[in-house]
Design a protein. Sequence first.
Length: 482
Amino acid sequence: MNNPNSSEENRGQWGSKLGFIMAASGSAVGLGNIWRFPYVTGENGGAAFVVVYLACVLFIGLPLMWCELALGRASGRNPVGAFRETGGGIPFILTGVLCLAACFFVLTYYGVIAGWTISYAISQVSQTSLVFKEYTADPVYVLPVFALFIVLTIVIVRAGVEKGIEKWSKILMPLLFVLMLAVIIRGVTLPGAGAGLEYYLKPDFSKIDGTVVLKALGQAFFSLSVGWGLMITYGSYMSKKQNIVSNGFWVGLADTSVALLAGLMIFPAVFAMGMNPDSGPGLAFTTLPAVFAAMPAGWVIGTIFFLLLSVAAVTSSISMLEVPVSYFVDEKKSRRTTCAVTVGVVAFVVGIPSALSNGGNEWLSNIELFGQKGFFSILDQVFGTLALIIISLMLSIYAGWVWKPKNVIAEIEQGCPWFTKPLIGGISPAAIWSVFVKFICPIVISLVLFSKLGLFDREKLPVEPVPKEQKSPEDNASSPTQ
Ligand code: PFF
């Protein structure tokens, strides 16, 4: 990006196509792929979940990513400004506000997990082993690395991203890829790994229910960085010459490949070591060190791996911080530095309960709400899943029915002239995309949301009667282990 730190008049622009793809992939590829995807898959039935996840990425995530990018580029604004400038009323402006809230609140716990990755890198280099449950329960260890991570995020957002993130992502992301391949090779050759491959690759479709689809859709939005207003913000830094469709496609492909590889890295090892795939957020942190220990010079690979994971987390967290910062810079004419520092420090303070909710504080660890146990899991359910789904629903209604597909298409067509040409059986990609954004996305997202909110529970009653005071089967189905 050129001059993201300069005056408000010059909001900055990506230097090149590669610059955008690297920064947007840097945002998309993060803890969501390597830490969250495997444990959510493990809690929701393995391969069947993966199939639903892929469908969500392709048919819902990608069309909406193009919408976000077009909305951002057309308006040249942050999420709130983008809905307002293109004629959105109060409900859509509130959707923009929800984007800021989702980015902010997820940052508060994302930083905690990113802090864990720093500690794990240190433990690998010093060849000491960390007992996950004991480590995460100890504020003396968890809080300083969380603070360190937030400081790192602030420093980068404050300084601008072009020389740091754009440049380093190009080197570090491919390196992460190569290291993942090395870990996969070790994992799948461990005795007993076959059961893990089967669990991960052989779908049992009877495992699919409303909760699984909700989790898959939520995970797709989480991982692609769609439904956060992030792609609106990054689209606003995109020149009219850039191709929204192919750029979005590359970002989606990079993101999905890393997630799928992460599953291949984790599940064979989980089964080989007799662990439980359903063991929640600790899954990657308990499995991987065991795989590294089983490799020659494993601590070197382990150290580099966790360092790269921290880097992947930073390239994501800076983009999370960038969304509220771009709002304050655009709308309140605040200085970038002041915003980055203020929002970052407040995120640290608000993140302390999450840091303490993995055993550090009994009440925070055991509080139950929305079928989730623990403060951190509740935040993840509310902001890291439900908010993203609501935002994406509003976005599809906005693009499909309020701002109208013709405006989105006119924006996408600049830089992608073939979008409106009849390519597939005489039908243009734009026409197919319109059907998705007008009908398929809002209907599927609404169904998933309503099913989660219990609207279809009546139909289940004759099959599975539950006494009134008990939780619904769906609530019980969602992770008790988180
Ligand atoms: N997509 C990131 C991940 O999978 O870790 C999370 C994320 C980062 C979402 C930044 C949104 C965002 F703005």
